[in-house]
Design a binder for this molecule. Structure first.
Ligand code: UDX
Ligand code: ADP
Length: 454
């Protein structure tokens, strides 16, 4: 069997690596139009930073896993084609700012239609709006050959991709349950996962349930974060401690303890995009009340970011012009180099609009990426890029911790304080530092949802 995956991104690369690893008899071609990305997958410097991914790639690359820019040859040879390209929020025209831009998906379907000599199984791996499979089906049907379109959304989270792929909570496969060919296609895909995932974890549904379940899962996760973040504002106003509230609330087994960590807001490529898409779908199907409900989740996330940057400006006497501020972490979460929708972008932009001098340190994100995200030049006098958190905090008025990288919890904060200006502030946007100790060292501390830090 031969598999082709179109799109060598954060989803396609790791997912196909795991399939190649678990199925040594299957040849897996990962293709992408971005030649730099493919060159990077073929080098020692992978384009995606994920714990334990390097070793896995090295074990199977050029054995049964191949990275190439030759999209057409790989598509033509494949029995199963995964579409794992980006589906960003549409920037123009109908549905701008909310709907997903499906042009990359459509381009893939057209390539498959153009080069295929026989019918194949085509799998939607990227998160897609409900009924996208119709678009793919219609284009493929024009060839006169028999294709089966499946939806197999990926639930991996960045930073834990390898463990999530190795041991998923579930694998969801949606297909045409009404026909024998559709059921057979679902079973073929399921048989690949069954090499390492137990059959009880493989959920088979119709196409639309599968597409909608992925959007719903991300919306529920984002909603939990916005729920606890909304309560964090109330904690700060009342003297309650949001972590204590989260523990007390989450210990109810009906609620559960995961995804209740209050923060500066969620980021990443999925939550915002999928919520906007869900809202758009509700509006499209004339369900304004449902759209309004989910819009509240997005609004709380925006509010949380703004609240945090306002707190920094306010605490530094509403005057941060020319003041050096150390920024600890820029990626949207720890253990990834991904900065898509990172809350750091809005927070840093707000600080830059007040002409603060930001000294950045992130263990994985490059200066070029930070500049691109903030839409500034690397030579801008308001930014500096540092090799260590110690360098970033020298002469700084404040440390602003935006990503929960483990190394930030292990720093010598006594040494750091001596090199900072006085008073020295720490704004802990992830509630991951030892606040008691920092207060004893003489820092002024603000943390999300901690109403009683002094
Ligand atoms: C998410 C989903 O978890 C995953 O199933 C889906 O396939 C893709 O989208 P990802 O965006 O990689 O994964 O990371 P996730 O761990 O969900 O975190 C998203 C954001 O929420 C991050 O910015 C994170 O810091 C934040 N977060 C997460 C919180 O603020 N609090 C929490 O309790 C959990
Ligand atoms: P994700 O996080 O969903 O994996 P990424 O943006 O990281 O998204 O990756 C998507 C990849 O898909 C990009 O590397 C992009 O170059 C690639 N891509 C987009 N359209 C096509 C196409 N028509 N053919 C091949 N690759 C494509």
């Amino acid at each position: 069997m031969r598999i082709c995956c179109i799109g060598a991104g954060y989803v396609g690369g790791p997912t196909m690596t795991m399939i190649a690893h678990k199925c040594s008899d299957i040849i897996v071609d990962v293709v992408d139009i971005n030649a730099d990305r493919i060159a990077s997958w073929n080098s020692d410097n992978l384009p995606v930073f994920e714990p334990n991914l390097d070793g896995l790639v090295k074990e199977v690359r050029n054995k049964n896993l191949f990275f190439s820019t030759d999209v057409e040859t790989a598509v033509e040879r494949a029995d199963i084609i995964f579409i794992s390209v980006n589906t960003p929020t549409k920037k123009y025209g109908y549905g701008a700012g909310r709907a997903s831009d499906l042009s990359y998906v459509e381009a893939c379907a057209r390539t498959i239609a153009k080069v295929s000599k026989t019918g194949k199984i085509v799998v939607e791996k990227s998160t897609m709006p409900v009924r996208t499979a119709d678009v793919i089906k219609t284009i493929l049907a024009s060839t006169g050959m028999k294709f089966q379109v499946l939806s197999n959304p990926e639930f991996l989270a960045e930073g834990t991709a390898v463990q999530d792929l190795e041991n998923p909570d579930r694998v969801l496969i949606g297909g045409d349950e009404e026909t024998q060919e559709g059921r057979d296609a679902i079973d073929v895909l399921a048989s690949i996962y069954e090499r390492w995932v137990s059959p009880e974890k493989i959920i088979k549904t119709n196409l639309w349930s599968s597409e909608l379940s992925k959007l719903t899962a991300n919306a529920f996760l984002a909603q939990r974060i916005s729920s606890i973040n909304s309560i964090s504002a109330l904690c700060e106003a009342t003297g309650a401690d949001v972590d204590q509230v989260a523990t007390a609330v989450g210990s109810d087994t009906r609620i559960g303890s995961k995804f209740l960590k209050s923060s500066i807001g969620y980021g990443g490529s999925c939550f915002q995009k999928d919520l906007l898409n869900l809202i758009y779908l509700c509006e499209h199907f004339n369900l304004p009340e449902v759209a309004k409900y989910w819009r509240g989740v997005v609004e709380i996330n925006e509010y949380q970011k703004k609240r945090f940057s306002d707190k920094i400006v306010e605490s530094l006497f509403r005057n941060i012009c020319g003041k050096r501020i150390a920024i600890f972490g820029f990626s949207f979460k720890e253990n990834t180099n991904d900065t898509r929708e990172t809350p750091a972008i809005d927070i840093c932009r707000n600080l830059l609009s007040e002409n603060a001098v930001l000294a950045f340190y992130d263990p994985q994100v490059s200066a070029e990426q930070i500049c691109a995200d903030l839409q500034i030049e690397k030579t801008d006098s308001r930014v500096e890029f540092c090799k260590s958190p110690y360098e970033a905090s020298e002469n700084a008025h404040a440390i602003v911790l935006l990503t929960h990288w483990d190394e930030f919890t292990k720093l010598d904060y006594e040494k750091i304080k001596k090199a900072m200006m006085s008073p020295a502030w720490i704004f802990d946007g992830r509630n991951c530092l030892n606040h008691r100790l920092l207060l004893e060292l003489g820092y002024l501390v603000h943390a999300v949802g901690k109403g009683n830090l002094s």
